[in-house]
Design a protein around this ligand. Structure first.
Ligand SMILES: Cc1cc2nc3c(=O)[nH]c(=O)nc-3n(C[C@H](O)[C@H](O)[C@H](O)COP(=O)(O)OP(=O)(O)OC[C@H]3O[C@@H](n4cnc5c(N)ncnc54)[C@H](O)[C@@H]3O)c2cc1C
Length: 414
C-alpha cells in the first residue's frame, strides 16, 4: 500500500468512523482524516430512540483514545463545505483545504422537515443527534404529553419508551397503517395491537394540518379532519433526507442520494460514498436502493476499505434491520416484494412470532420476526440462499425450521 495516499472521510458517523477503523485494521499506512460536523466523537444512533435510563443513550462508537492511537486525524465541528474535484481538495468551514487521493462521502441523512404552520414552535423536535436525544429525554422525564408525527421505526420506538414511563402518547400517521413504507401489513397489525395494548394512542389515515401554540410553545396538533390533539411536545418522525448537497454541488450523479455501484464507487473514480447518503446498487436485489441502517452502513464501509486497499470486494449481505419497542425485539431481513404471501409462525399474542413472505415458488423474500432470534437467523439464510420452504410445515411451530427447509416446496400457488 502507498504510504503517501491520503483518504479524507467527510462525516464522522457510523459509516465514516467504521471505515477509518477498518482501514487501520487492514494495515492501510496512508493518511486518514475523519471530518465531522458535530462537536462530539462518533456515537451509536440506535440507543437515541430506545434507551431512557440515565445516560445509557450515550454510547461512543470507539473509546476516546482510539483515533489518536490509530493515527486517525479526527476533526470535529468543522464540516466540509466544498469539494474541488479538479484540484482534489475538500475545504472545511474553518478554511482548511484538505488534499485527497480518495475522498469518501459519509454525510448521512437529516430528518425530513414538516412543512406546515407551527413547525418552528418550541417543543417541536426531530431525533437524529445526541443533542436532540438529550432534549427529548428532558421532556419525557419531565412528564411530557407527546404527539409523534409519523409512525416509522424511530417514532414508534420513542412512543414505546415514553409509554414505558407512563407518558401520554399519540402517534399520528397519514397512511392507513403504521410502518407502511417498511413493514408488511401483517407486521403493522401485530405492532399496532402491541402498542394499543400498552396504551399508545395510534391514529392512522390522519393528516396533520397545523401545530398549535401559545406564546411560542406547542400545545396541540390540528388534523385535517378538524380534530385537535393536546400535547406539549411534538416529535416529527417523517423520514430522513440524504445529505447529498456537497456531492450535487460537485456534479456527482445523485438521485435521492449519491448514486454508487456495488463497491461504493461514485461517478468520480477518486470519490466513494457510503451509508445513508447513498443510493446503492445491491447485487442481491439487482436494483438501486436506499437503505438506512447500521448493517448497510458498515457493509459499505467494508466495500470502501476494500477499494482503497485493493482487497477483494466483500459479497453483499441480505439487507437486515432491527427495532426494539417495549419488550418486542424485532429483526427483519430482505426487502418487501409485491406478490408474496405471508406465512405466520408462532403466536403474536404469546409474544413471539415470525412472518415469512414467500413468493410463488415458496422462496422467502423477506422475514420479519418478533422475539424469535433463531427464526431470524434461519430465515435470513433462507432468504440469502433462496431456499424454497413448505408452507404448512413453516406454519407449524412444532416442525423445526431445518425440516421446513428440507421439505419439498410442492405447495406452489396457482
Ligand atoms: C434515533 C435513531 C435510531 C436508529 N435505530 C436504528 C436501529 O435500531 N437499527 C439500525 O440498523 N439503524 C438504526 N438507525 C439508522 C442508523 O443510525 C443509520 O442508518 C446510520 O447511522 C447511518 O450511518 P451514516 O454514517 O451514513 O450516517 P450518520 O450516522 O448520520 O453520520 C453522518 C455524519 O455526517 C456528518 N456530516 C454531514 N454533513 C457533513 C459535512 N459536510 N462535513 C462533515 N460532516 C458532515 C453528520 O453530522 C453526521 O454526524 C437509527 C437512526 C436514528 C436517528
Amino acid at each position: 500500500m502507498d504510504p503517501t495516499h491520503t483518504v479524507v472521510i467527510v462525516g464522522a458517523g457510523q459509516a465514516g468512523a467504521t471505515l477509518a477503523g477498518l482501514l487501520r485494521q487492514q494495515k492501510f499506512t496512508g493518511r486518514v482524516v475523519l471530518c465531522g460536523a458535530e462537536s462530539v466523537p462518533p456515537y451509536h444512533r440506535p440507543p437515541l430512540s430506545k434507551k431512557y435510563d440515565g445516560e445509557d443513550y450515550v454510547q461512543w462508537l470507539r473509546p476516546e483514545s482510539f483515533y489518536a492511537d490509530n493515527d486517525i486525524e479526527l476533526r470535529l465541528a468543522d464540516p466540509v463545505v466544498r469539494i474541488d474535484r479538479a484540484a482534489r481538495t475538500a475545504s472545511t468551514r474553518s478554511g482548511l483545504d484538505l488534499a485527497y487521493d480518495t475522498l469518501v462521502l459519509a454525510t448521512g441523512a437529516d430528518p425530513r422537515a414538516l412543512p406546515i404552520p407551527g413547525a418552528d414552535l418550541s417543543g417541536v423536535m426531530a431525533l437524529r443527534t445526541l443533542d436532540d436525544a438529550a432534549r427529548l429525554r428532558t421532556a419525557v422525564l419531565a412528564g411530557a404529553r407527546l404527539a409523534i408525527v409519523g409512525a416509522g421505526y424511530v417514532g414508534l420506538e420513542v412512543a414505546a419508551a415514553a409509554r414505558a414511563r407512563g407518558r401520554e402518547v399519540t402517534v399520528i400517521e397519514r397512511e392507513d397503517r403504521i410502518l407502511a413504507r417498511v413493514a408488511s401489513p401483517e407486521l403493522s397489525r401485530i405492532l399496532t395491537d402491541g402498542h394499543r395494548a400498552r396504551g399508545t394512542r395510534i391514529l392512522t389515515g390522519a393528516a396533520v394540518e397545523e401545530l398549535l401554540g401559545d406564546d411560542g410553545r406547542v400545545r396541540g396538533v390540528r388534523l385535517a379532519d378538524g380534530r385537535d390533539i393536546d400535547c406539549d411536545t411534538v416529535i416529527v418522525g417523517i423520514g430522513a433526507v440524504p445529505q447529498d448537497g456537497l456531492a450535487r454541488a460537485a456534479g456527482l450523479e445523485c438521485v435521492a442520494g449519491i448514486v454508487v455501484d456495488g463497491a461504493a464507487r461514485t461517478s468520480d473514480p477518486h470519490i466513494l460514498a457510503i451509508g445513508d447518503v447513498t443510493h446503492r446498487l445491491h447485487d442481491r436485489l439487482g436494483a438501486l436502493v436506499r437503505l438506512e441502517s447500521i448493517p448497510s452502513a458498515t457493509e459499505q464501509a467494508a466495500q470502501a476499505a476494500a477499494v482503497i486497499t485493493g482487497a477483494p470486494i466483500p459479497p453483499h449481505e441480505v439487507p437486515w434491520f432491527w427495532s426494539d419497542q417495549f419488550d418486542l425485539k424485532m429483526k427483519m431481513a430482505g426487502v418487501l416484494t409485491p406478490g408474496t404471501e405471508a406465512v405466520l409462525r408462532g403466536d403474536p399474542g404469546g409474544g413471539s412470532c415470525s412472518l415469512f413472505h414467500l413468493d410463488a415458488d415458496g422462496v422467502p423474500r423477506t422475514v420479519e420476526t418478533i422475539n424469535a432470534a433463531a427464526d431470524f437467523m434461519a430465515g435470513r439464510k433462507f432468504v440469502g440462499n433462496r431456499t424454497p420452504l413448505n408452507r404448512a410445515a413453516l406454519a407449524d411451530i412444532g416442525t423445526p425450521l431445518r425440516e421446513v427447509a428440507r421439505s419439498p416446496a410442492h405447495t406452489r400457488r396457482i
